[in-house]
Design a protein around this ligand. Structure first.
Ligand code: ADP
Length: 472
């Protein structure tokens, strides 16, 4: 992996994250280069860049996922570095190797670190080595049917079968009892073979009421590593995050430090550089209320900047994209662990072009209006010099929303002195959002964010499922 100073940054992405990365790059005095597919020729990220280069037709595999076209665009524009955003090529080791070979800086981790976390079984073995707690389970090489069955019996039902090569919730199945095991194993293997060309399975104890709590870590190329605290992303629909917040409610200082230090150990174990997120399951079903937050287990590490990074920026006052760019230039981390503190609370709501009343079917069309009237909602975007509301968006009024890419339009982020105040601000900002021409999930977000159980921070990954009747 190369680090070097650069004055031109190519952003190999689209939508809100491309706009957000370029905003910081501009502030740092860098020249920005956008890439675009035919469907995005007049998209916001193209309008905002200093230079824009076409990389192919609408289909992502022919454009935003096309390694050769992206590398060529960087060479043509004289970009010294590429920021991959999230999704697309952000966790593609072959892409990083191609950039290394071309002498272009990848704003992200070394290819070897991506590979180390890409396989769930191998990653778990490495994490066990680094003393990071794992969900009780089996992640061995031996894939014999009878052995897997006896491992599942030992772990105790319910268990979760997971594809070693899996991702995006594919190749995963809960098994309630030994009698169901063989059929589930066969089904999971078939699915995994088809999706990942790899049928290896791992088995985990299935936690019935876990919270998803993830830790933001950062490492530089000089061996330093810090954690920027945690986010609670328990509110999910089909394993997709919908509402996120930082810090996670109910954390003790001790648990925060334990999880943070485990996350940094995880990153250092694999020679990590840059921004990363270590995801944990926090078991909220066991023990008395005093100790209910005691057990946390490593789930996976995402080797990129996350969609939900702004809530961390809001509570720490740091710009994580600036940190990424400085680390990629070979600088040391801007702050040490004891210089980082949490101030207040922050929420993020993901605005999707989709129809909650039609099973979240993605929606398309032209945004005849896309605006947020903060003054009308009695909100100022800044208070005491600090942002209270932030809209990270990839679109503006007049833009078209196509069916080619992820339907996320924007993220609405709110900050407050405490959780109640931040949530009240989020709700007012959601009400101030005026989107016309394309169906969105705004009303659904409002029902979630005003729900009494959410207000009371009764969080776990089945929140939406459990409150289905009052959310739709
Ligand atoms: P993927 O890589 O496919 O996203 P993950 O391993 O990250 O799969 O798991 C996705 C989601 O599945 C988690 O956010 C959590 O909600 C749920 N999950 C994963 N492992 C367990 C487990 N052992 N017990 C309960 N839920 C789990």
């Amino acid at each position: 992996m190369t680090t070097a100073r650069f004055d031109t940054l190519l952003v190999a992405n689209r939508g809100e994250i491309a706009c957000r990365v370029m905003r910081t790059a501009r502030r740092m005095g860098l020249r920005t280069v956008a890439v675009y597919s035919d469907a995005d020729a007049s998209a916001r990220h193209v309008r905002e860049a200093d230079e824009a280069i076409r990389i192919g037709p609408a289909a992502a595999r022919d454009s935003y996922l096309n390694v050769e076209a992206v590398v060529e665009a960087a060479q043509r524009s004289g970009a010294g570095a590429i920021h991959p955003g999230y999704g697309f090529l952000s966790e593609n080791g072959a892409f990083v190797e191609a950039l290394d070979a071309a002498g272009i800086v990848f704003v992200g981790p070394p290819a070897a670190a991506i590979a180390a976390m890409g396989d769930k079984s191998a990653a778990k073995a490495r994490m066990a080595n680094a003393g990071v707690p794992l969900v009780p389970g089996y992640h061995g090489h031996d894939q014999d049917d009878a052995l897997l069955r006896s491992e599942a019996d030992k772990i105790g039902y319910p268990v979760l079968l997971k594809a070693s090569a899996g991702g995006g919730g594919k190749g995963m199945r809960v098994v309630e009892s030994g009698a169901d095991f063989q059929a589930a194993l066969d089904g999971c293997r078939r699915e995994s073979q088809a999706a990942f060309n790899d049928a290896r399975m791992l088995i985990e104890k299935y936690l019935t009421q876990p919270r998803h709590v993830e830790v933001q870590v950062f490492c530089d190329s000089h061996g330093n590593g810090v954690y920027l605290f945690e986010r609670d992303c328990s509110v999910q629909r089909r394993h997709q995050k919908v509402l996120e917040e930082a810090p996670a409610p109910g954390m003790t200082a001790e648990l925060r430090r334990e999880m943070g230090e485990a996350a940094v150990r995880a990153a250092k174990e694999i020679g990590y550089v840059g921004a990363g997120t270590v995801e944990f399951l926090l078991d909220s079903s066991q023990g008395s209320s005093q100790e209910r937050d005691g057990a946390f287990y490593f789930m996976e590490m995402n080797t990129r900047l996350q969609v939900e990074h702004p809530v961390t920026e809001m509570i720490t006052g740091q710009d994580l994209v600036e940190w990424q760019l400085r680390v990629a230039m070979g600088e040391t981390l801007p702050l040490k662990q004891d210089e980082l503190t949490i101030s207040g609370h922050s929420f993020e709501a993901r605005l999707y072009a989709e129809d909650p009343l039609q099973d979240f079917l993605p929606a398309t069309g032209t945004l005849t209006r896309f605006a947020m009237d903060l003054a009308g909602a009695g909100l100022s975007s800044y208070e005491k010099g600090r942002a209270r509301v932030r809209l990270d968006s990839g679109v503006e009024s007049g833009d078209a929303v196509s069916m080619h890419y992820d339907p996320m339009l924007a993220k609405l982020i709110a900050h407050g002195d405490d959780r109640d105040q931040a949530l009240a601000t989020l709700n007012r900002a959601l009400a101030a959002l005026d989107v016309q021409g394309v169906v969105t999930n705004r009303a659904f977000l409002q029902r979630l964010a005003t729900h009494p159980a959410f207000k009371a921070a009764e969080l776990d990954t089945r929140f939406i499922e459990r409150h289905h009747a009052t959310l739709f």
